[in-house]
Design a protein around this ligand. Sequence first.
Ligand code: SF4
Length: 391
Amino acid sequence: MSGSGEEGSPGGTLLAAPALAERGTEPSRLAPLALRPGLLAAPLAALGERPFRERQILSWVYGRDVLDPADMSDLPLGLRTALGGVLAPLDMRIGHVSRSADGTRKLLVELSGGHRVESVLIPDGDRLTLCISTQVGCAMGCTFCATATLGLKRHLGVEEIVGQVVLARREVAADPLGAGHLTNLVFMGMGEPLHNIEALLPALEILTQQWGLVISPRRITVSTVGVVPQMKRLLEETHVRLAVSLGATTEEERRAIMPVTRRWSLAELLETCRTLPIKRRDRITFEYTLLAGHNDSDEAARRLVRLLGGIRAKVNLIFWNPFPGAEHQRTSRERIQRFQQILLDHGVNATIRESRGPDIQAACGQLAAAADSEEFTALDVPGTVLGRTEY
Ligand code: SF4
């Protein structure tokens, strides 16, 4: 978008959100978990230090999870003291951990300004996946998602995205049961990641680079509802995997449940998917949340087969998870299996994703940071500003 909520929100005025809250960062100090090579060059030069000190500091922050300069023991004492005026303390923490009977853990992460988001740790065999949030609330208004009921409060900063990974690693390391280590990251928590791409891209750089957290981009999936212009940019500038939440097989149905379709049509979205620079042997994952009586018919399954023609695709069929105030109904297991079978019979790779953590409202579409200190925000506030990211 370009500064105007009416212009930039996916559904025009219908999706405009209130003016966004500011993050409580200190402009005079740098957030350690947003550091990238070069950012410390000027402060170090001003302190009369040599450039190689930056690599030492990055190694402490990302390699050893030491964020307080006072503890960076191979730096000269004077530099450690001076860095206290350059680097700000981490301004986020895990406020609460909810544990599901299936081993899923939901982390309520407290941010500056009294805001909260949720990250979810999902164990699955040898895998331990962290589901990450990118915004406080969300502007996209998908009717099947609890986060939409919050509206968009603000974007997360680079350090708040990276910080969720660092805090989750600490949580895992402190687990008395020793439940392994993080293996995969999915950007499927609160918010639309590509609506906050200016923070997402540097965060992905930090997460994947050798000087950073050294997580393979092949183990990172970014999910979008179809912010079309940013999909291409994401795949040009990173090597992460892409997931697209499809949700419907006709323009009319998708507009009804995913207002982003008013800005970028289903046809435009799928045409973009056909032309994206997908690597050989890679596929786009299409997520399809089944809503009883809306998008779960045999006819819809056959339409989905036709829509995905010419796209290297796999389909994740997702049980809709209820939340207070929602008007949808859950599709039966028999119906979802029938839907899957039609896709398989037509050569479409389709799996059913089982809900994880529904007993702690950690399942797909249920994240709403229930303890958020602010009131829920109405979505239909015409003429107000959506956010800072340009579509
Ligand atoms: S499904 Fe994703 S994009 Fe849609 S409202 Fe929920 S968080 Fe936002």
